[in-house]
Design a protein around this ligand. Structure first.
Ligand code: PSV
Ligand code: MN
Length: 430
């Protein structure tokens, strides 16, 4: 194993925080015991929690107006893996990465798998990209890819997705996430019906190439890059596609891909009900697909999503094996810091949701005791579980305070010496 941050440094910082930590943990343990909760079982849950880091997330993001690169930007997949390794070493709750192709193309995927393993990382879902044109491709995706009016364009997009599956097999991945930017900007530009039918046909070809133990995650998004209509715009279209394709196809929920104020936790509940919840792309938003840091704007919504997930887990909901990934754009922060903070906030929501007294909640619901039911949820949400999260990290060799340890280690300045400065104006989501 390659240590990117000195374990001695992590150890000495953890030691400095030890007495205060033990005091806080003891106090929380006594509080939870009074509520009938054994803190040790919650710490164990926190220790087994993991969320995948998107390889594209460790680079500085931007908008279509501008991108302001930071120092020591990753030069390619090898640097990205190292940055993800830092996140895992310090947080111990991000054991996999989710790669994107062709952004992360290499010549030897077995070697890449071993390289990741050196950092304690495995590979989660592979992501295909038919929303951009690559320099060597024959047919443009300007007017669509899997839903294109042109048969050859659709075939090219299908071939790319099948190639992603082939790469994923070598990396040890077991799922492919398909998000397309296909849609229209003008009423009348295309037939809304035919585009969806073209999409289903093309997805059927990709589905047929899935190995037996693989899943296909269908990611919907309301708008952008198309602004009048989007082929897979919502969970309804996604669910129709997943049901048409078969058991291996499920619906992935990116938290940013809904209209403002949409009740995402209810969508999650519906997808769980039909056994079609693939998993998540976590982020936060205020206006649209803002790709803000998870839990930074609306941590209560994140908690309510996890409330549905923990409830489904507790009652053993059928076909419930969601994959958890982050998908954010870090435009004004150091991406490693944002991802560590987000990983912590997502784990926090999971742990808080694990504190809901579900038996008393369902009794209150049965009696229509509205205020009691609401207060039960809130009691879990307002519990400061920070000492549990810190304890889970500490027991696994992670940092008491990942961002403080990262800053103390001077990782960014160190890698900036080898990674050339990216100069000049540029734009782009990632
Ligand atoms: C699209 O906005 C998306 O959420 C999809 O997951 C893409 O793969 C990712 O962002 C990166 O552009
Ligand atoms: Mn996404």
């Amino acid at each position: 194993m390659t240590d990117l941050i000195s374990p001695d440094l992590i150890g000495s910082l953890n030691e400095q925080a030890r007495m205060a930590h033990e005091d806080d943990l003891g106090s929380l343990g006594r509080q939870l015991a009074r509520r009938g909760i054994d803190i040790e079982s919650v710490i164990r849950r926190a220790m087994q929690w993991t969320v995948a880091i998107p390889t594209w997330g460790v680079g500085t993001g931007g908008t279509r107006f501008a991108r302001f690169p930071g120092a020591g930007e990753p030069r390619g997949i090898h640097d990205k893996l190292a940055d993800c390794g830092v996140i895992q070493q310090l947080t111990r709750g991000t054991r996999t990465v989710s790669p994107h192709f062709p952004w992360d193309e290499v010549s030897d995927y077995n070697a890449l798998r071993q390289e990741a393993a050196q950092y304690g990382l495995g590979f989660d879902a592979v992501n295909s990209n038919t929303f951009q044109d690559q320099t060597d491709q024959t047919h443009s995706y300007k007017y669509g890819s899997l839903a294109s009016a042109k048969k050859d364009t659709r075939a090219q997009a299908v071939a790319h997705n099948i190639r992603c599956i082939e790469i994923g097999k070598q990396l040890g991945s077991q799922s492919i996430t398909v998000w397309i930017g296909d849609g229209t900007n003008f009423p009348g530009q295309q037939s809304l019906t035919r585009m969806f039918e073209n999409y289903l046909d093309a997805m059927g070809d990709i589905y047929a190439a899935l190995p037996p133990d693989w899943s296909m995650f269908i990611e919907h998004k309301m708008y952008e890059p198309a602004f009048y209509s989007t082929v897979i715009s919502d969970w309804g279209s996604s669910l129709i596609a997943a049901q048409t394709l078969g058991d291996k196809a499920k619906c992935l929920v990116d938290l940013g891909h809904h209209a403002p104020n949409v009740n995402i936790e209810q969508i999650v509940a519906r997808l769980i009900h039909v056994g079609k919840l693939a998993g998540f792309h976590f982020n936060d938003s205020k206006y649209g697909d803002d790709d803000l840091d998870s839990g930074s704007v609306d941590p209560f919504r994140l908690f309510l999503v996890f409330n549905e997930l923990v409830d489904a887990e507790a009652r053993g909901a059928k076909d419930f094996r969601p994959a958890y990934m982050i998908d954010q754009s870090h435009n004004v922060t150091d991406p490693i810091e944002s991802l560590m903070s987000s990983a912590t906030e997502i784990a926090r929501a999971y742990v808080q949701a694990s504190l809901v007294d579900r038996k008393t909640l369902s009794e209150a619901q049965a009696e229509n005791d509205v205020m009691a039911a609401h207060r039960l949820l809130k009691a879990a949400y307002i519990t400061d579980v920070s000492p549990i999260l810190a304890e889970a990290r500490r027991r696994q060799g992670g940092a008491h305070d990942p961002i403080a340890a990262y800053r103390a280690a001077g990782y960014r300045a160190r890698v900036a010496k080898d990674r050339p400065v990216v100069k000049g104006a540029s734009s782009g989501i990632v």
